[in-house]
Write a protein that binds this ligand. Structure first.
Ligand code: NAP
Length: 289
């Protein structure tokens, strides 16, 4: 069994991006600038935004973190979005999800200038992705495609089973993995809460990608011998062996599933670092377009 090391692959991509940014600086071109909007004090969101800002710093990209209290109203947040849209120094920005319940994510995300929507969540970018037109691709699905390609996984002709149909992971990933190009060209099955007898499908997967948000849900009996497994899930579970009192696990029961696989992503250190790298790449692209 091989471990698909997202951390190591992400580090390599970051080096490439850092080289490109240094080259731009040498030529007197604009340094890419990513802004992140954080509403409230959700600990997971704070961690994600901090990791994104740190990654920008590491590759010489400018970053700005904009924090707002959880009780900001929709009008005020839309004004923030409008300001970022017209700020010529900001090349791309994200609004960290989830937002507090009283704010409509759909309304906020739709107001982002699609050219600056480096999370790739705007309907225009989603539509362009579907048609195969140039667009900011959603960060996690694009990161998974890159992770598989850079690990040397031959995807063409394989049966890729995706579990979970969210707008940010499963659904766009089903589009990207079925694309006619050497990094994809899979036959894709998309499973979800309405799938009856899930195991019947997961057992057919040459490549199994799981994004359901349920800790260690995929067990060894659901995975074909020799399959490649990508675990998108991230969960904090209590632990007596760590100082913090918790550890991270995915949607896959890693310890029991790994021995059956030809390759598998760990949690942490699998998909997560690649999501950040996609965001950085999209921001660089936004600067150069
Ligand atoms: P989500 O919006 O909650 O969607 C979950 C999807 O899984 C839904 O389509 C749901 O089906 C399906 N599902 C849930 N339970 C199922 C079951 N028992 N059998 C079959 N399908 C089931 O989730 P998400 O936003 O895609 O996130 C999924 C996980 O990935 C979370 O743990 C999240 O934290 C993690 N994540 C990680 C990254 C990263 O960078 N590492 C990025 C994004 C998300 P229905 O549609 O029928 O409800």
């Amino acid at each position: 069994m091989e471990r698909i090391d997202g951390k190591e692959i992400a580090a390599r991509v970051k080096e490439e991006l850092a080289t490109e940014i240094a080259d731009r600086a040498r030529k007197g071109k604009k340094i890419p600038h990513l802004a992140a909007v954080l509403v409230g004090n959700d600990p997971a969101s704070e961690t994600y935004v901090a990791a994104k800002v740190k990654a920008c710093q590491a590759i010489g990209m400018k970053s700005t973190e904009l924090r707002f209290p959880a009780d900001i109203n929709e009008e005020q947040l839309l004004e923030v979005v409008d300001r970022l849209n017209s700020d010529v120094d900001v090349d791309g920005y994200i609004v960290q999800l989830p937002l507090p319940r009283h704010l409509s994510e759909e309304k906020i995300l739709s107001r982002i200038d699609p050219a600056k929507d480096v999370d790739g969540f705007h309907p225009l970018n989603a539509g362009k992705m579907l048609l195969g037109l140039p667009a900011h691709l959603p960060a996690t699905p694009a990161g998974i495609v890159e992770l598989l390609a850079r690990h040397g996984v031959k995807t063409a002709g394989k049966h890729c089973v995706i579990v979970g149909r969210s707008n940010i992971v499963g659904t766009p990933l089903s589009v990207l993995m079925s694309r006619k190009n050497p990094r994809a060209n899979c036959t894709v099955t998309l499973c979800h809460g309405g799938t009856t007898d899930l195991k019947r499908f997961t057992l057919q997967a040459d490549i199994l990608i799981v994004a359901i948000g349920s800790p260690r849900f995929i067990t060894a009996d659901m995975v074909k011998e020799g399959a490649i497994v990508v675990d998108v899930g991230v969960h904090r579970v209590p632990s007596t062996t760590t100082k913090s009192g918790y550890r991270l696990v995915g949607d896959v029961d890693f310890d029991n599933v790994a021995p059956r696989c030809s390759a598998i992503t760990p949690v942490p250190g699998g998909v997560g670092p690649m999501t950040i790298v996609s965001l950085l790449r999209n921001t660089l692209q936004a600067t150069t377009r």
